[in-house]
Design a protein around this ligand. Structure first.
Ligand SMILES: *Cc1c(COP(=O)(O)O)cnc(C)c1O
Length: 496
């Protein structure tokens, strides 16, 4: 049987739309209703004409089984962390324990209403307080808002706080320094808040160059936005000196703490000079986030920034009950409706409590160990442009494969054939042709060995049969897509 024949024979597994439309025939139904035993009503009179929907032309009429197969088959065309390792560097695609989903759906939590009176919301407020206290302990800061709905939203909020603080001291400044290794959202957030951004070039280790910082840090710089460990996975061990330079000239340090599973229980940003940081609960503290949300990006600050935090803030009353405090004269206001994405807060607290402090420390130890194990396994096969020790992720480049015309994007596509979700492609920007791998703490040694083996095989293929890599993926339902169109003009639903 030729490959073509096999493809034809498996057509029913791969051509989903065809099946549900070809399977349609007039009058076929999924559900048999019992005969009507009450007087028939005119729907337009009973409901109001505006609520009665017209028949949808061309809507497929199929049986229950056909519908079930349609959606079940669709679900198998996707790749998720429930299927295997998901290496997307900087995104922390760790396993999300199912118990968190159960907890977030408990009746009193899942059905709570944001307009419920405070005396009926004590449990929900207690969850917020408990989470806030735990996060503050983890990062060593003084106060926190749980409101922002994503990491980038947290960045924006944090910069609004910095701006409000500096303005309150009559010290408006116009610039924010962003290292060239920063996540792309950092300069975007600074710009959004009205700052000009200045690119801070890294040194050969990939970290902040103190001499350059010393030169650029002047009276017009409001803040340095730092990711630590940075997007190369390298911890900037000169952070105390960096903070000294910035603070001595009246600036503040913002830390992008999206990837905190390199620090949990080991090191606290509040102890190394950070003034403001955001956390990505949907990354470090486990929430499914492959589809783009919802997320939660709490912002933690030192004492001097607390008066500016968004409202409402959870307040502990003298009698031990909790309430919401809207009376904060210096607040930057609200950044999100109600209390943020509340379900994410519940999941994060469940994750923290299930792990305990020892468990969180173990998360970091395992995330770093896994990343280092992968790095070691691939060092002989892929170029490592920044050889400094790395924490939770490692970044290779396609320099060696490029000699045969194979680029990081091709290697990523080929990796799909081996059953893995690709790593982050072409990021960070300071590494041309980057392969950014974050295995997370979730993966077992067996899975990591399979992954290393796959990437070693692909490196060999790039030498001996580059065409195989260049034309990948071969085993998926669709081959290479126009990725720009797929992102800009996604076709998400059937239309008549
Ligand atoms: C993911 C990430 C962000 C952005 O977080 P979102 O929730 O996607 O907005 C910012 N910085 C770093 C380092 C990240 O990894």
């Amino acid at each position: 049987m030729s490959n073509q024949d096999i493809k034809k024979a498996r057509r029913h597994l791969t051509q989903n739309e065809g099946l549900i439309f070809e399977g349609s025939s007039p009058g076929k139904v999924g559900v048999e209703m019992p005969p009507l035993d009450v007087p028939a009503l005119d729907p337009a009179r009973a409901l109001g004409a505006q609520l009665v929907r017209d028949e949808i032309a061309g809507f497929p009429e199929v049986s229950e089984m056909e519908v079930v197969r349609h959606f079940t088959r669709l679900s198998t065309w996707n790749y998720g962390v429930d299927l295997g390792a998901y290496l997307l560097g900087s995104c922390t695609m760790k396993y999300n324990p199912k118990i968190n989903e159960v907890v977030a759906r408990l009746e009193g939590i899942g059905n709570a209403h944001p307009y419920q009176p405070e005396n009926l919301s004590q449990g929900c407020l207690r969850i917020m307080k408990h989470l806030a206290d735990a996060l503050l302990e983890i990062v060593g800061m003084d106060a926190i808002t749980l409101q922002p709905a994503a990491g980038a939203h947290g960045e924006m909020t944090g910069l609004l706080l910095i701006r409000a603080y500096l303005e309150s001291k009559g010290n408006a400044r116009r610039k924010v320094l962003v290292p060239d290794s920063a996540h792309g959202t950092n300069p975007a957030s600074a710009y959004q808040v009205g700052y000009q951004t200045q690119n801070l070039p890294s040194n050969a280790r990939g970290t902040v160059d103190l001499a350059v910082l010393d030169r650029m840090m002047n009276e017009d710089v409001a803040a340095l936005m730092l990711t630590n460990p940075n997007t190369l996975g390298v911890f900037d061990d000169q952070i105390v000196e960096i903070a000294e330079i910035v603070h001595s000239r009246g600036g503040l340090i913002y830390m992008d703490g999206a990837n905190l599973n390199a620090l949990l229980g080991v090191s606290r940003p509040g102890d190394f000079g950070i003034d403001v940081l955001h956390l990505n609960l949907h990354k470090t503290f486990s929430t499914p986030h492959g589809g783009g949300g919802p997320g939660a990006g709490p912002v933690a600050v030192k004492k001097h920034l607390e008066p500016f935090l968004p409202i409402p803030r959870v307040r502990e009353n003298a009698d031990g009950t909790l309430g919401l405090d809207f009376d904060q004269p210096k607040t930057v206001g609200r950044v999100r409706a109600f209390y943020g994405n509340y379900g994410m807060l519940v999941r994060a607290l469940a994750f923290i409590l299930a792990n305990g402090s020892d468990g969180l420390r173990q998360v970091t130890d395992d995330a770093v160990l896994n990343s280092r194990y992968v790095r070691k396994g691939l060092e002989d096969y892929y170029e490592l442009p920044y050889p400094a020790p790395t924490l939770h992720e490692c970044v290779f480049s396609d320099k060696r494969q490029l000699k045969n015309g194979v680029r990081t994007g091709d290697i990523a596509k080929r990796l799909i054939d081996y059953g893995f979700h690709p790593y982050t492609v072409s990021f960070p920007l300071i590494v041309p042709g980057a392969l950014m791998i974050e295995p997370t703490e979730s993966e077992s040694k067996q899975e990591l060995d399979l992954l290393i083996d796959a990437l070693q095989c692909i490196a060999r293929e790039a030498e001996t049969e580059p065409e195989t890599v260049l034309n990948a993926p071969h085993t998926t339902r669709v081959g290479r897509m126009d990725e720009v169109q797929a992102a800009r003009k996604p076709i998400l639903r059937w239309k008549p």
